[in-house]
Design a protein around this ligand. Structure first.
Ligand code: ADP
Length: 254
């Protein structure tokens, strides 16, 4: 069975003020369908936004963001739990730091856990352990973490859900004539250095961290699909029927 990592960004879950339960409901509906055909690992952001609904700490300070994530993580997972329960799907939480992947034994332990969860049809939900690590809070909103998860836990594909239809030849929020690139086999080095341009209030990554994630996977023979989290029916069509109506596939077409 093919294994897919799906990364949900803060912009997919939050309107800047609160976590949208409807968004989690749409994601759960989609994942329930995909589970008939694939093993799924979910990487989710949204802990800081979730914590902010309870306590208005200053998000410009990194320690406050860490505290907000600590408050928000259980709230976020509680929402996921309630929503997925309606589909008979049991969730598990795994919190990881980037450097966990530097240790072979840590990676292997986490992978062993994931294998048991997946073979028992449990949905692993992964986030950065923000109280200990700050990399994804500062830059990337889990784009890099999800690429590591996809590689080290041997997924066939990473799906990044964004607020945009895919990768364009230029920023579509600035240039109305920007064209969607359906597939790209490799990322030109200069694209990995461009200043990032996060669109949403909570977003920290912008397109560059997505390109870095894609580059990491392409160089290791894996693929990534970037698509709009508001258009999950297109993701289903792509994964289940192999019909691509939108989104960008990074890596060689197989
Ligand atoms: P998310 O919060 O969904 O992870 P980000 O806001 O961090 O997404 O990054 C996506 C944003 O990157 C888009 O909404 C867009 O404003 C910006 N962007 C800049 N250049 C491009 C490009 N070439 N193609 C697509 N998006 C781009």
């Amino acid at each position: 069975m093919k294994r897919i990592v799906i990364k949900v960004g803060t912009s997919n879950l939050s309107d800047g003020e609160s976590i949208k339960v409807e968004a989690i409901e749409r994601i759960a509906k989609c994942i329930a369908k995909l589970l008939e055909k694939f093993e799924i690992i979910l990487v989710t952001s949204g802990a800081v936004a979730s914590g902010y609904t309870k306590l208005r700490l200053d998000k410009s300070k990194i320690a406050c963001k860490q505290a907000l994530a600590s408050i928000g993580q259980p709230l976020l997972l509680e929402t996921y739990r309630k929503v997925f329960e309606n589909y008979g799907i049991l969730n598990a939480q795994i919190l990881l730091c980037g450097h966990d992947f530097d240790s072979r034994s840590c990676t292997q332990n986490a992978k062993d856990t994931i294998e048991v969860l997946l073979s028992n049809k449990v949905l692993p939900i992964i986030n950065e352990n923000d109280a200990l690590a700050t990399a994804e809070l500062k830059f990337g909103d889990n784009d890099r973490l999800s690429a590591h998860v996809a590689y080290y836990f041997e997924a066939d594909l990473l799906v990044i859900l964004s607020d945009i239809d895919g990768y364009f030849d230029k920023n579509p929020h600035k240039y109305p004539d920007a064209k969607l690139i359906g597939s790209i086999a490799s990322i030109p080095a200069e694209k990995l250095e461009t200043n990032y341009d996060p669109h949403g209030h909570f977003a920290t990554g912008g397109i560059v961290t997505k390109l870095i994630a894609a580059d990491f996977l392409i160089k290791r023979g894996k693929r990534m699909f970037l698509c709009n989290g508001e258009k999950l029916e297109m993701l289903e069509k792509f994964l289940i029927e192999d019909i691509q109506e939108s989104g960008t596939i990074f890596g060689e077409n197989k």
